[in-house]
Design a protein around this ligand. Structure first.
Ligand SMILES: Nc1c(NC[C@H](O)[C@H](O)[C@H](O)CO)[nH]c(=O)[nH]c1=O
Ligand SMILES: CC(=O)[C@@H](O)COP(=O)(O)O
Length: 162
């Protein structure tokens, strides 16, 4: 389903668990920071609204979305971190650079989650232009940061059932 048919801030209550004792790391790309800070605000507020303690949320930055994978790895390897949320915004330019970054960061984040066996969430926007990004970072299509935070909580809920 395309995002324009679903609000990114809407979610079901499935697998929403008590996360009062869980610790979350949020790694944020500095590129397109007007967008990525909105994504962070959405993710942070969503975690708090769902019972995460402020002291259990840590925030760090990387220069660009390409570096999210390594930043996520450095956080995921910490035994006290239960989930990592990666936030970025890669906007299509004139060249194929967009494709290389998007492919690399999507695969890289997946690899980290599998390597450390914990949720590492892909909260990276890959829009064609700035307006599409703003629409998905607290605009008419909701906030992908909200989605990323809920996804982290739901994955912790799933693994508790197994
Ligand atoms: N153009 C965008 C970038 N480019 C920078 C890369 O992510 C990376 O930091 C650089 O290639 C050095 O390794 N990053 C974004 O997050 N968004 C962009 O639109
Ligand atoms: C995604 C990018 O790296 C992009 O913004 C770079 O722009 P360009 O492809 O025009 O060099």
């Amino acid at each position: 389903m395309a995002t324009n048919l679903k609000n990114l801030s809407d979610h079901s209550e499935k697998n929403i668990i008590n996360v009062a004792n869980n610790k979350f790391a949020i790694i944020v790309s500095e590129w397109n920071d007007e967008v990525t800070e909105s994504l962070f605000n959405g993710a942070y507020e969503t975690l708090i609204e769902n019972g995460v303690k402020k002291e259990n949320i840590i925030k760090h930055y990387v220069p660009g979305s390409y570096e999210l994978s390594l930043g996520a790895q450095w956080l995921a390897q910490k035994s006290d971190i239960d989930a990592v949320i990666c936030l970025g915004c890669v906007i299509q330019g004139e060249t194929k650079h967009f494709d290389f970054i998007c492919d690399a960061v999507a695969q890289g984040i997946t690899n980290v989650s599998l390597k450390y066996n914990k949720p590492v969430i892909f909260g990276v926007l890959t829009p064609n232009n700035q307006q599409q990004a703003l629409d998905r970072a607290g605009g008419k299509h909701g906030n992908k940061g909200d989605e990323a935070a809920i996804t982290a909580i739901k994955m912790l809920g799933l693994v508790q059932q197994l």
